[in-house]
Design a protein around this ligand. Structure first.
Ligand code: HEC
Length: 149
């Protein structure tokens, strides 16, 4: 019996430990996404007065980049399965962050700063993904990108 109790204690300590690691990772991701990585600048819509509309955080950016090689907008990167990246795997998101390649292998316009993000550590990438998973799904279909080259 004593052994069983000890095992339960050990197991719950391990579980609490991993739950904490998870929240720490989300916190780190929150910090990275909302400060130095500036994802919201391009992926969060703005409301009146140009203020970020955090009720629709990361559901599609306000501006369109109309350049000779492409016309693109910041995409919906909320957890919505239809219009966001809710159906992407963790590996899909990390690949896009590092290489700019979508799951089907097509490259996104280089406005998405993957060339900066490719130096991120595995831990920080995981933290960003953990945080993105906490983002409320917002259904918002962003216009499809146009690639002209
Ligand atoms: C300077 C603007 C900018 C910043 C900063 C930025 N992005 Fe992007 N991102 C874009 C644009 C524009 C696209 C769409 C490009 C295209 O359609 O070809 C994009 C595409 C994506 C995609 C692909 C989505 C899809 O549906 O294909 C993901 C995922 C993504 N960004 C995640 C992030 C994350 C996470 C961050 C922060 C770590 C971030 N982006 C920061 C501009 C930006």
């Amino acid at each position: 019996m004593a052994r069983f109790v000890m095992m339960c204690v050990a197991l719950s300590v391990a579980l609490i430990g991993s739950a904490n690691a998870q929240t720490d990772s989300v916190k780190r991701g929150d910090y990275l996404v909302n400060t130095i990585l500036t994802c919201g600048n391009c992926h969060t819509p703005r409301g009146p007065g140009g203020v970020f509309d955090m009720s629709k955080e990361l559901s599609g950016g306000p501006q369109t980049w109309d350049e000779p090689p492409f016309t693109v907008k910041g995409t919906n990167i909320t957890q919505d399965k239809e219009t966001g990246i809710g159906s992407w795997s963790d590996a899909d998101i990390k690949k896009l962050m590092r290489t700019g390649l979508r799951p089907n292998g097509t490259p996104v316009a280089m406005i998405m700063p993957s060339s900066f993000y490719q130096i991120m550590t595995e831990n920080d990438l995981n933290a960003v993904v953990a945080y993105l998973r906490t983002i409320k799904p917002v259904a918002n279909k962003v216009v499809d990108p146009i690639y002209k080259m």
